[in-house]
Write a protein that binds this ligand. Structure first.
Ligand SMILES: NC(=O)c1ccc[n+]([C@@H]2O[C@H](COP(=O)([O-])OP(=O)(O)OC[C@H]3O[C@@H](n4cnc5c(N)ncnc54)[C@H](OP(=O)(O)O)[C@@H]3O)[C@@H](O)[C@H]2O)c1
Length: 240
């Protein structure tokens, strides 16, 4: 185990080959942090890492594959000796079908990535996070996971109908608050990036990835002893 000096923050971003994850890596690397860029396709990750200034290290990581996650833990342990900030960003939208047409099998791939993924990665990395002086976990959730927002007629999210993606993010929100209560000394927070133009929505989102990562970066850089168990977007608190 090589322990990197304690003055450098060590972060890992899952699903970082494009969209919000890639931008999060750029922004955290620009802070002078060591950033592990999680990529299902390591070659794609390496190509992106080459384009980003700073200490960016590629990590083969498929959040649905336990062997891949276990191997990633060994790689981060060998290279950094600990983890300070875990950003559970990887997520998929799944097939867009209305509630009436949705069947149980529609849930499996989406819950596999959006719910079991963050739990698999978090569980596996807890021993490395335990070695941090300020362990932080950011869950990249969505306003679509908020019961309050999706039932508020003044919000765009209330006009969208779906069982699978929204409920996956609601589950992630509960997982966030349960981890926050159960991990003393940790700061575990959920964020809503806001509607951002990425492959996830066919680039229909109205925000830039810079705007979309504001809440992610804010939760990754919380001060020691500051908030845990919160849900925020770039404007502030988000109702559950
Ligand atoms: N865009 C929005 O408006 C918006 C709004 C609210 C929340 N979010 C959330 O923000 C997060 C990032 O989404 P995005 O908009 O940036 O979408 P994106 O551009 O499609 O990026 C998603 C990333 O997740 C990765 N991924 C998918 N399955 C994976 C797996 N099994 N293991 C590891 N990585 C996997 C993808 O990898 P590949 O490149 O290999 O496919 C990709 O890098 C998601 O959790 C999403 O739900 C997005």
């Amino acid at each position: 185990m090589t322990t990197t000096d304690t003055t450098t923050t060590i972060a890992l971003v899952t699903g970082a080959t494009q969209g919000l994850g890639a931008q999060t890596v750029r922004r955290l690397a620009a802070l002078g942090w060591t950033v592990w860029l999680g990529a299902r396709d390591a070659a794609q990750g390496a190509q992106l890492a080459d384009e980003i200034e700073g200490d960016v290290r590629v990590l083969q990581l498929d959040v649905t594959d336990q062997a891949s996650v276990d191997s990633a833990v060994r790689t981060v342990d060998a290279g950094s000796g600990r983890l300070d900030v875990l950003v559970n960003n990887a997520g998929i939208a799944g097939t867009r079908v209305g509630p009436r047409e949705t069947t149980p099998s529609d849930f499996l791939p989406v819950f596999g990535v959006n719910v079991l993924g963050p739990v698999r990665v978090t569980h596996a990395f807890l021993p490395l996070l335990d070695r941090s002086g300020q362990p932080r976990i950011v869950m990249v959730s969505s306003g679509m996971g908020s019961l309050a927002i999706t039932t508020d007629p003044d919000r765009l999210e209330s006009t969208l109908h779906g069982l699978v993606y929204p409920s996956s993010k609601t589950a992630l929100n509960m997982i966030t608050t349960q981890y926050a209560k159960s991990l003393p000394g940790y700061q575990v927070n959920a964020v809503d990036p806001g509607y951002t133009g990425t492959a996830l929505n066919g680039f229909s989102g109205t925000q830039t990835v810079q705007e979309g990562t504001d809440a992610v970066v804010a939760a990754a850089t919380v001060e020691p002893g500051d908030r845990t168990g919160t849900f925020t977007d770039r404007a502030g608190a988000v109702p559950w």
